[in-house]
Design a protein around this ligand. Sequence first.
Ligand code: 13P
Length: 288
Amino acid sequence: MALVSAKEMLNKAKEGKYAVGQFNINNLEWTKAILLTAQENNSPVILGVSEGAGKYMCGYKTIVGMVNGMLEELKITVPVALHLDHGSFEGAKACIEAGFSSVMFDGSHYAIEENIQKTKEIIEIASSKGISVEAEVGSIGGEEDGVIGAGEVADPAECKQIADLGVTMLAAGIGNIHGVYPENWAGLSFETLEKIDNSVGTMPLVLHGGTGIPADMIKKAISLGVSKINVNTECQLAFAAATRKYVEEGKDLQGKGFDPRKLLAPGFEAIKATVKEKMELFGSINRA
Ligand code: 13P
């Protein structure tokens, strides 16, 4: 099946009170692991690409080629969206051009007027091609690929202004941060989430920083209108731990254990297990 926009899968998720996972990709192993897990569990999925990962993977066209090739060769039939994560204005335009089926324009670091203006321009370009657009209000805290957010809590009135432009899904800061949560983290602000959900109606909401959010908070967030949850660091930690174990056990020194297909296999399996666990928690299994 060809790539699809994230619109239909997220509208269905909002209505059915579950969430679709966005899992960020870094290379072929990541992409294959996520696509196979989605197919095996009959779950819709969103492949996230940060601008940094885009550069690492030799540019957006390379990624579109790789993902489209895998959809065909692996016979993937579940809905898959290829989505730019935290895109700049230029990055969003480049991904639309290159064949992505979804983009995030993150204008949260601009003043609200400029965020509105730029988001509007991206929607105009994307909607003529049936591409979904995610916008952001109130930045997500922490660091991701060199992009640092202060982690402010979004203003529900500003969320409504951005939602009314016709975005497909909205990321709103509710105390969430990228990366591992610090010991003294105050938790998600459900009060803010509830107000935002009431102000934007049926629009799917996006929860960034999915790594390390306790299961009960994830479930509560979904019940309050979150329909897309982004996970990045958790797959990286799982991959690194499994690879470390393989090397520390000296397996790369036994027989042909140095073969990259063997060396990367435990990390690959660890990503699959992490993605499956998240799909179970988000409730997206058998929703394709
Ligand atoms: P984590 O790395 O904390 O899982 O966040 C992922 C994310 O929000 C990508 O935009």
